[in-house]
Design a protein around this ligand. Structure first.
Ligand code: BGC
Length: 254
């Protein structure tokens, strides 16, 4: 079975139909630049355009760079403030006429890595980090997602960690790989002290160059590069649409 995966990011809105057995795309990916300003209406219009251009007619899973509860955007660390409180799920469902599931972008990438990539078969506590403009995190126990963790925003040296250790910070501060590795090491070591994970998976575009910085880390937890690279966001979003792993609320309480 195929499901359409959408990945809404700061620079591009990307989508492709995904084979749920393999996580691979079954048609070419469509990418359109994220509109500026990235208001909710402009984002929805562009996302709908990506789905239309792909010729897709069916259920959609969508990753978005914010905390998501019941399809509603809750935060705006690296996106336009006007998105907070927006019901992205309802708006996309109304326009597309099909079921849509919205999840945090790092949670989507993590779901893909756990199913098809570096986290396959890992039963313990696994943490996926996406290093991009910000730091996204996805936490799994026995392969099950604990949604909406925002561990990229812990405080390090009085600063938001993602401002120091995201790939965006490396570029902004023009850091060498060694200098960047020191910042990342301080971040992951702090996370290690707080969570004691069994595995950390490093994703985001920078993970393709992992040999430049992972060897410099002193952390004792096993830390490995992501395997799905660019596909993780889209494939994981599609997966989120078919799994209950992303439910954020219990439906009944005794
Ligand atoms: C946001 C997260 C998001 C991450 C990666 C952070 O700034 O708070 O929700 O997953 O960036 O896009």
């Amino acid at each position: 079975m195929d499901v359409f995966g959408l990945d809404i990011g700061g620079s591009g809105i990307k989508g492709a139909p995904v084979d749920m057995e393999t996580g691979e795309f079954t048609a070419d990916r469509v990418r359109i630049k994220t509109p500026q300003p990235a208001t909710p209406e402009a984002i929805v219009q562009t996302a709908v355009e990506v789905v239309r251009q792909s010729g897709w007619n069916g259920p959609v899973g969508c990753g978005f760079p914010a905390v998501i509860k019941d399809g509603v955007v809750q935060t705006a660390a690296n996106i336009d403030e006007s998105n907070v409180g927006f019901n992205l799920q309802k708006s996309l469902e109304d326009r597309l006429g099909h079921a849509v599931r919205i999840v945090n972008d790092a949670d989507a990438a993590g779901l893909a890595e756990m199913r098809w990539g570096a986290g396959r078969g890992v039963e313990g506590l696994a943490l996926m980090l996406t290093l991009g403009t910000g730091i996204g995190t996805a936490l799994f126990i026995r392969g099950r997602l604990i949604p909406n963790t925002e561990l990229g925003h812990i405080e390090i040296r009085g600063e938001d960690a993602e401002h120091r250790a995201a790939d965006g910070a490396r570029k902004r501060d023009d850091l060498s790989w060694k200098e960047y590795a020191e910042r990342l090491d301080e971040y992951v070591t702090t996370i290690e002290r707080l969570l004691w994970p069994d595995l950390i998976i490093v994703g985001g575009g920078i993970s393709k160059k992992s040999e430049k910085f992972l060897p410099h880390l002193t952390i004792r937890t096993e830390i490995v590069p992501a395997q799905m690279h660019n596909n993780a966001g889209i494939s994981g979003a599609a997966l989120a649409a078919t799994t209950e792993a992303t439910e954020t609320r219990v439906t009944a309480r005794d």
